[in-house]
Design a protein around this ligand. Structure first.
Ligand SMILES: NC(=O)C1=CN([C@@H]2O[C@H](COP(=O)(O)OP(=O)(O)OC[C@H]3O[C@@H](n4cnc5c(N)ncnc54)[C@H](O)[C@@H]3O)[C@@H](O)[C@H]2O)[C@H](O)CC1
Ligand SMILES: [K+]
Length: 502
């Protein structure tokens, strides 16, 4: 159930289900019944309900929900965007079963206990304007809670964008699979609570269309979680190298080091310029320290110390030095995480970085936030597009996994797969949190987790750590939250007692 289907993919699934013998009106009957069931469960005290129906099948779901709510004893009014005669197909059938009068859609709603928004769903084709926009504004200012059918009207299901204006829902009831627009901002915020219902379309039918976008949930990456076995020593559990900044800029790298160590890397080494050595040495206990002043030094250390994953960027400074170090590290066999200054150092020179990435056979993860993303890829990607589209393009262009950070972090792989996270609490936006994230990614890469799964897992774990900690979080708190989260992913290790006799 973690696939996210665009409205176009959802239409294909609907068509397949209908061709397989589930009539469209039967799907609509179930969808409308689920909306009513959700309302009866969550808004049991509502007496006066206003159902707003659009001209398409979203409206059809609304007519059916209205019937069920009335049968359950609620006082239901239905306003329709078009007259009965103008409805077609399944929506017309659904409206026939609503025998009470249809009111003409208007802004004169009164203040019902609940408004059901069945104006626009997957069929949104253009920006909402004119009288429909006035209705949406009136709903949003009415003070009545709103349950949206499939999507809040005005939200683009593929991108999460507000097309002109959109309903702010308390709850959104959707069917079969969630859509990217339920996960991407601002759509996610306007959905309120999201409820997903089955309407009788099988997983096999969904599988047929081969969705490539996923909700970032443990089921997406858990099968790739690194195994821990007794017969493994620390060298088998991967060795992370973290390139540090100079004497006054080692904090970011130390956060990454702690993230990598807590994630289970067997060894972690700070790769520091000589000037930082006396600052770093007393600040490291488990992690080791090696001096690297040049790209050559870094390359040698990666090979000699068998470093399996390298983080570069946090606190390393923007400029020629970091650029050279990045290109040097990309030429090694280590998996690489490029963050912060490692990305910004290629502003205006992205072609240099992309050329190195394209010929690189080893796993690479780029972790830009919005500013870094746009600085790096300016002019290389289409001007418009959702965060999801842009991230996918970037991953293809860079032949690398790209993690486009934010409250709705997207991870995309060059093969087109993408995940969208929705579990980061607002207080995760704090200085240094991104540095810890790079360490978690490197810790997983070093243990052999594939890059798309490692980046997606790290994003989820990072969000969960922040949510578990709660407000007041600072980046330094994140690594200590990891053990209780990681515990649930550890694949069984044998701890049977050979001396026990039962
Ligand atoms: N399996 C399922 O998910 C099912 C979903 N169902 C529901 O059907 C809708 C999609 O229905 P569709 O008829 O394709 O589209 P809409 O009802 O969302 O809208 C089409 C309607 O609206 C007009 N329109 C488009 N954009 C605008 C605009 N900006 N302003 C005004 N009017 C606009 C367009 O011209 C059409 O007339 C899906 O969301 C579910 O709710 C089914 O119940 C079956 C199962
Ligand atoms: K809707």
């Amino acid at each position: 159930m973690i696939e996210l289907l665009t409205p176009t993919e959802m239409q294909r699934v609907d068509r397949l289900a209908i061709a397989d013998g589930s009539p469209g009106i039967a799907l609509m009957e179930r969808a409308g019944a689920q909306v009513a069931e959700a309302i009866l469960r969550h808004f049991a005290g509502a007496r006066d309900v206003l159902v707003l129906c659009g001209s398409g099948n979203n409206g059809g779901d609304g007519f059916i929900a209205a019937r069920h709510l009335a049968e359950a004893g609620m006082h239901v009014r239905v306003m329709s965007a078009v007259a009965r005669e103008a409805l077609a197909g399944d929506a017309a059938l659904a409206a026939q079963a609503w025998s009470a009068p249809l009111e003409r859609l208007s802004t004169d709603h009164g203040r019902p206990d609940l408004i059901v928004d069945a104006l626009l769903g997957a069929g949104l084709r253009r920006d909402v304007a004119g009288p429909l926009a006035a209705v949406i504004d009136a709903v949003n200012t009415s003070g009545s809670p709103v349950v949206a059918v499939d999507l809040p009207s005005g939200i683009d299901g593929a991108t999460g964008a507000i097309r002109g204006c959109a309903i702010q829902a308390r709850q959104t009831v959707t069917f079969v699979r969630c859509k990217p627009g339920h996960f991407l901002l601002p759509g996610r915020e306007l959905c309120g609570e999201r409820l997903l219902f089955d309407i009788g379309i099988s997983d096999a039918t969904v599988d047929e269309i081969g969705a490539g976008t996923f909700a970032n949930r443990p089921t997406l990456w858990q099968a790739h979680w690194p195994a821990i076995a007794h017969d493994r020593h620390k060298y088998d559990r991967g060795h992370v190298g973290v390139v540090t900044g100079g004497a006054t800029a080692t904090g970011a790298a130390r956060l990454a080091i702690r993230g990598a160590f807590r994630t289970g890397a067997g060894l972690v080494t700070a790769l520091a310029p000589a000037e930082a050595a006396f600052v770093l040495a007393p600040a490291l206990e488990g992690p080791m320290l090696r001096i690297a002043d040049t790209a050559d030094d870094l390359q040698k250390l990666v090979a000699e110390r068998k470093i399996s994953a390298v983080v570069i960027g946090p606190g390393t400074g923007v400029g020629e030095g970091t650029r050279k170090n990045v290109l040097g590290i990309l030429a090694t066999d280590a998996a690489v995480v490029l963050d912060a200054d490692a990305l910004t150092s290629f502003e205006g020179e992205a072609s240099l970085l992309l050329a190195a990435l394209r010929q690189r056979p080893r796993p690479t993860v780029l972790t830009p936030h919005a500013g870094e993303f746009h600085r790096l890829f300016r002019g290389l990607l289409p001007d418009a597009g959702s965060k999801l589209d842009l991230c996918r393009h970037a991953a293809r262009q860079a032949n690398a996994v790209v993690l486009f950070k934010g409250a709705d972090s997207v991870v995309a792989a060059p093969d087109g797969r993408a995940s969208i996270a929705d579990n980061a609490p607002p207080w995760l936006a704090t200085a240094g949190a991104g540095d810890v994230l790079t360490g978690i990614i490197a810790g997983l890469l070093a243990q052999g987790m594939p890059a798309f799964e490692a980046a997606s897992a790290a994003v989820w774990i990072h969000g969960k750590a922040a949510a578990d900690f709660g407000p007041g979080l600072i980046a330094e708190d994140l690594p200590d939250q990891l053990p209780s989260i990681l515990r649930s992913f550890v694949r069984p290790w044998r701890d049977d007692d050979p001396l026990r006799v039962d």
